[in-house]
Design a protein around this ligand. Structure first.
Ligand code: S3P
Length: 425
């Protein structure tokens, strides 16, 4: 896929449904009694992997595109899968399902693609073992494939060394099956979609600061779910609208949950002309339309508690920083090394190929902005967020940028290039 400098982005776009919320709606719907109807479900390959896994455990799931209907089997109604569950590229699928399988009275195993098989799983193996599950890395390297024999679980208070919603959610889901209360304390608050949605399904879950609590559930109840647009997908259009001169972009119906909206705060800190319209706080996940106009940006520091609230937006923020005046420092972001690719190394290498002044640090990077970028050949490393980041950077750089492995955007945004083509001038 090739990109050339474009004159700007104009118009409106509705990005697809939120990936994190789509996964959870299928998982919790499968564990509920009754029917769960999911509107605006993300048809990205990660979420389709979640559907496939629950179908393999005997759940009837009808996928009619925009609407997905899950006929739940109840908390104790999942069937032993006949084969190893394949989570493909999806970290959310493998980690959250592990928490659910820890509470089942059958043995199962889970795997995924070559990227998933390199991602750290000890972060869930440790707490789930402490709760009483027999769970192990089959190759003994702390990664997938995993084997799980669930059993009687006990509630624990887990102090997670990382702020990770995937870890927190795996433990909370196991906590549905545990004796007594389960608590997870994180160094910083991570996205809270699990807590919000489980509460709607009837679970006894609450939060206090950076600790989430859950009590075992007798039953969950099927729900109607409206999945908001994914702020992590919206970020690419918002970034492009800010850095490409002459742009004005309205992204409609975006989820603006405060544990996910760090990108908007950083944009404002960098001087962005960004407005939230039609804010709706009426349902469990708040939404808004977001309007941006091209803006002169300046560098900033991104570190500490805000990091988990924009973890997936750091690649596009790093690219934006190249078009901002002055220095941008990203710190406390070592989690980027264990995403779909090592996003620190991959970003630094690809931005350097475009002529950016950027240095890798142990937990982030330092970018000297304000110097023009030139086109280059970019390897996405099969990482959807890297591919979309360089579609934006390539459209703001001189000359031509070629993205290798560009089709990986189907993981979170199957229609990205079509939407981009409609808006780019
Ligand atoms: C996700 C949590 C984040 C995020 C991922 C989706 C989730 O990972 O990077 O894309 O749905 O819970 P961590 O919680 O491991 O940081």
């Amino acid at each position: 896929m090739k990109f050339r400098k474009c004159k700007g982005l104009k118009g409106q776009v509705t990005v697809p449904g939120d990936k994190s919320i789509s996964h959870r709606s299928v998982m919790f719907g499968s564990l509920a009694n009754g029917t769960t109807e999911i509107h605006n479900f993300l048809q990205g390959t990660d979420c389709l992997s979640t559907i496939a896994c629950f179908r393999s455990m005997g759940v009837e799931i009808e996928n009619r595109g925009q609407v997905v209907t899950v006929r739940g089997n109840g908390l104790r109604g999942l069937k032993k899968p006949e084969h190893m569950l394949d989570c493909n590229n999806s970290g959310t699928t493998i980690r959250l399902i592990s928490g659910i399988l820890a509470g089942q009275h059958f043995a199962s195993s889970l795997t995924g693609d070559s990227s998933i098989q390199k991602r750290p799983m000890k972060r869930i193996l440790n707490p789930l073992s402490q709760m009483g599950a027999q769970i192990r890395s089959i190759k003994g390297n702390g990664c997938a494939p995993l084997e799980i024999l669930g059993g009687p679980l006990q509630g624990i208070h887990y102090h997670s060394p990382v702020a990770s919603a995937q870890v927190k959610s795996a433990i909370l889901l196991a906590g549905l099956y545990a004796g007594g209360e389960t608590k997870v304390t994180e160094p910083y608050v991570s996205r809270d979609h699990t807590e919000r949605m489980l509460s709607c399904f009837g679970a006894d879950v609450r939060t206090e600061g950076a600790t989430a609590f859950i009590r075992p559930a007798r039953e969950l109840y099927g729900q109607k779910i409206l999945v908001p647009g994914d702020i992590s997908s919206a970020a690419f259009f918002l970034a492009a609208g800010l850095i490409l001169p002459g742009s004005e972009i309205l992204v409609r119906n975006v989820g603006v949950n405060p544990t996910r909206d760090g990108f908007l705060h950083v944009c404002r800190n960098m001087g962005a002309n960004l407005t939230l319209l039609n804010e709706d706080h009426g349902s469990s996940e708040p939404t808004a339309d977001i309007l941006v106009k091209s803006s002169p940006l300046h560098g900033t520091v991104i570190s500490g508690a805000i990091i988990p609230t924009l973890i997936d937006e750091l690649p596009i923020l790093a690219a934006m920083a190249c078009f901002a005046d002055g220095e941008t420092v990203i710190r406390d972001a070592q989690e980027l090394k264990v995403k779909e690719s090592n996003r620190i190394a991959v970003m630094v290498q690809n931005l350097k190929a475009m002529g950016a002044q950027v240095e890798e640090t142990g937990d982030g990077m330092v970018i000297q902005g304000g110097k023009p970028l030139h086109g280059a050949q970019i390897d996405s490393n099969g990482d959807h967020r890297i591919a979309m980041t360089f579609a934006v950077a390539g459209s703001a750089a001189e000359g031509e940028t070629e993205i290798l492995g560009a089709e990986c955007v189907k993981i979170s945004y199957p229609g990205f290039y079509e939407d981009w083509g409609r808006l780019a001038r």
